[in-house]
Design a binder for this molecule. Structure first.
Ligand code: ZN
Length: 150
């Protein structure tokens, strides 16, 4: 079944793996990503191109946090498995019609292509930033849920 969502199948997974290994998106990768992710792929690519993917590194612990800057707010992406956006919650967790949101895809592409901003902060900042991110998670905006578009 081909839909505009990101169903994790062998072809899609091996495409992502290839991009990570080669640090390049090839023509055939473009076809697979477009076919499997549709608009999510284009939004992800835009986020990467606009330098909206940030990698926070806290020192000296070395703790990392990936954040994709969105229109309404920042979205925290946890290692390809979870994002705190409405699209992920509705379409991945509840409806199970997608395997990832565009933020996660943007993070994967940005890391693979090494096109992201690295922000180094003292560990002292971790708790306050985490609190800020968690406050954001507790306040989803219901009017945006239907669109899956932030
Ligand atoms: Zn997301």
């Amino acid at each position: 079944m081909i839909t505009d969502c990101c169903m994790m199948n062998g072809e899609f997974e091996s495409t992502l793996k290839g991009i990570k290994e080669r640090h390049v998106i090839s023509g055939s990768d473009l076809l697979v990503l477009t076919q499997h992710c549709g608009d999510r792929f284009w939004k992800a690519l835009q986020a990467v191109a606009k330098d909206l993917v940030k990698k926070y590194i806290f020192e000296p612990s070395g703790r990392e946090a990936w954040v994709v800057v969105g229109k309404a707010r920042d979205y925290r992406v946890l290692s390809e498995l979870y994002c705190d956006c409405e699209d992920f919650y509705i379409n991945v967790i509840v409806k199970r019609v997608a395997d990832l949101c565009y933020h996660i895809l943007a993070q994967i592409l940005a890391e693979a292509l090494e096109t992201y901003s690295e922000i180094r902060l003292d560990d002292m900042r971790y708790d306050s930033l985490r609190a800020e991110w968690e406050t954001l998670i507790e306040k989803p905006s219901p009017q945006k849920i239907e669109k899956g578009d932030h």
